[in-house]
Design a protein around this ligand. Structure first.
Ligand code: BV8
Length: 274
């Protein structure tokens, strides 16, 4: 189906950035380990203690700045370039998809690199790692807040509309590196499945989505996504960027055939269950 250019939606989460050294949220060593997300990722927490919240997000910015896109990110940038109807919707706020070359990323939960004025809501891009003052202030004097979506906050309307539209028209949905626990993002695959789409989950762990996935590719996205891309002749090693494998002379061998039970995917070495 991918080869025939079927409309494709990819939904990513923190797991896609794990191999870039960034902590995920849940699970061992996750950002929420020993920290209640309601105490740091809510508008109420920011009102209560903006300095504490800013310390957390300033640290996340430094982490993200020091990280590099991994082959999973690069593979998705390659699929975007190769597939006619392709939408990448991410819950990630780290900007690694864009740094890997993805051009049309739908940021469902905002971005660490956007700041918003708490007086008039105006957004601005800011990649500095040290703020002259803490918390940082807008030119109007009001406090700036991180441009991310906190719990209890609505997602950016246009971003959610684009993701829902893609879910309604998708024939293939790849859900990579997310625990599928946070809504409304976690509800997108169900919209697509109700429309008859084929749902592929890429995750080393079982999630609430797993039982209803059409296919599970069990393993790290930094390995599986490049194999998916290679199966389409799309190179995904950072040095090749997103050129077709053939033209960049990439030494990375295309995927070796091992048909999965559904016969739709041929990737060796990864159990896939349907
Ligand atoms: C809203 C801030 C209107 C930014 C985040 C319906 C049912 C139940 C609850 C709700 C509902 N609707 C709304 C809610 C409330 C809430 C919600 O969903 N709560 C959950 C926890 C139950 N949703 C909201 O509040 C949303 N707003 O709905 O507004 C409204 C408001 C109130 C009430 C009704 C309606 C706002 C959601 C956004 C919140 N902001 N973060 C930041 O600091 O980054 S969410 C946070 O979790 C992150 O943004 C993240 O994106 C999101 C999901 O986490 P994941 O990315 O999936 O990461 P996680 O660690 O969980 O999982 C990683 C996965 O990767 C694992 O499965 C692991 O196995 C896998 N993995 C690990 N390594 C690899 C790998 N996979 C592949 N390769 C690897 N190498």
């Amino acid at each position: 189906m991918l080869r025939d250019g079927a409309p494709t939606l990819v939904l990513t989460g923190a797991g896609v950035s794990a191999e870039s050294g960034l902590a995920t949220f849940r699970g061992s060593g996750g950002l929420w380990e020993g920290r209640d997300p309601m105490d740091i990722a809510t508008p109420e927490a920011f009102t209560r203690d903006p300095v504490d919240v800013w310390r957390f997000y300033a640290w996340r910015r430094r982490q993200a700045a020091a990280a590099r896109p991994n082959p999973g990110h690069v593979a998705l940038a390659g699929l975007e370039a190769a597939l006619p109807q392709f939408v990448l919707a991410t819950q990630n706020v780290d900007g690694l998809h864009q740094r890997a070359g993805s051009r049309r990323v739908v940021e469902l939960h905002g971005s660490l690199w956007t700041l918003r004025c708490t007086r008039d809501g105006r957004s601005s891009t800011d990649t500095s790692l040290d703020f002259p003052e803490f918390p940082p202030r807008c030119s109007c004097g009001a406090m700036l807040r991180p441009g991310v979506v906190w719990f209890g906050e609505m997602l950016p309307e246009e971003a959610m509309a684009r993701a829902e539209r893609a879910a309604r028209t998708a024939r293939v949905v790849i859900v990579a590196g997310t625990s599928s626990l946070v809504f409304p993002a976690a509800g997108l695959p169900a919209i697509a499945r109700d429309g008859g789409a084929w749902i592929v989950e890429v995750n080393p762990e079982v999630t609430p989505l797993s039982p209803s996935a059409s296919e599970r590719l069990v393993g790290p996205s930094g390995t599986i996504l490049p194999l998916l891309a290679a199966a389409l002749g799309v190179a995904s090693s950072p040095s090749c960027g997103t050129r077709r494998a053939r033209s960049c002379g990439s030494t990375r061998a295309p995927a070796r055939a091992a048909t999965c039970s559904s016969g739709r995917w041929s990737i060796s070495g990864f159990r896939c269950r349907s």
